[in-house]
Design a protein around this ligand. Structure first.
Ligand SMILES: Cc1cc2nc3c(=O)[nH]c(=O)nc-3n(C[C@H](O)[C@H](O)[C@H](O)COP(=O)(O)O)c2cc1C
Length: 219
């Protein structure tokens, strides 16, 4: 759906998810992430960039598992420590994954996906048209109830900071794997809040599309 149509539907409160495509399994166990090897960090930094042209091809399960671990996985099991920092270790940002078969919550402790909404929410994750058909859209959501130790005036800024770190992890992972990605703030937040059936303490912060880059046409 193009941006103008999304904006018009949004104004009418009619920007909505599509029916799920495929099997909306209640949970998706992910293979353990591959946490060694890969492109050298400096080379990944050299190649980090935003891209906005995506193929529709789904990511294989292993790549999805690795991506989510890079974004928010547990890298120090004894402490439950994560790949991205959070203020006072609040771990207030949840990573949702909008897939054709449904909206899933990534659970770092069990390293699996749990079905949240059995609809294809990708279209609602941003005004830009590529969100609808790219392999997946990550949605970073703050749970303010987990930030009781953070002064109220700083909670939103701190949560956005945590998302920045997660998003950069995703950028570097994508650079290393030859995937395309872009972090996005241009979102109809009311529409997405409704489509995700979020609770009052939750807040949509940013979204990030991930997928294979669109094939370049021969010139
Ligand atoms: C907070 C934030 C919000 C952004 N929102 C959008 C967005 O809604 N749509 C988009 O296409 N790019 C968005 N971007 C990506 C920037 O446009 C992009 O990072 C910038 O043009 C620099 O390009 P590069 O990432 O390739 O270096 C956003 C970036 C940040 C940090």
């Amino acid at each position: 759906m193009n941006t103008l149509t999304k904006m018009a539907l949004g104004l009418m409160g009619q920007l909505k998810a599509r029916p799920a495509r495929g099997d909306s399994a209640p949970t998706l166990a992910l293979p353990a992430a591959r946490t060694s090897g890969g492109m050298p960090l400096m080379q990944a930094l050299q190649q980090r960039q935003s891209q906005r042209e995506f193929a529709t091809t789904a990511l294989p399960e292993q790549l999805l598992a690795d991506l989510l671990w890079a974004a928010a996985g547990i890298n120090r099991p004894a402490l439950g420590g994560r790949t991205a920092p959070s203020a006072m270790n609040s771990r207030e940002v949840d990573v949702y994954v909008a897939l054709p078969a449904g909206l899933y919550l990534y659970e770092p402790a069990s390293h699996r996906l749990r079905l949240d909404v059995a609809s294809d929410v990708r279209r609602v994750t941003g005004y830009q048209d590529f969100t609808d058909e790219a392999a997946l859209d990550l949605v970073f959501v703050a749970d303010h109830s987990r930030m009781k130790l953070v002064p109220a005036a700083q909670r939103e800024a701190y949560a956005h900071t945590a998302v920045g770190a997660m998003a950069q992890n995703v950028y570097l992972f994508c650079a290393a794997q030859g995937l395309a990605t872009v972090i996005r703030a241009w979102i109809d937040r009311d529409a997405l809040f409704k489509a995700m059936a979020l609770a009052a303490d939750q807040q949509v912060l940013l979204a990030q599309t991930v997928g294979y880059p669109a094939a370049r046409s021969a010139s």
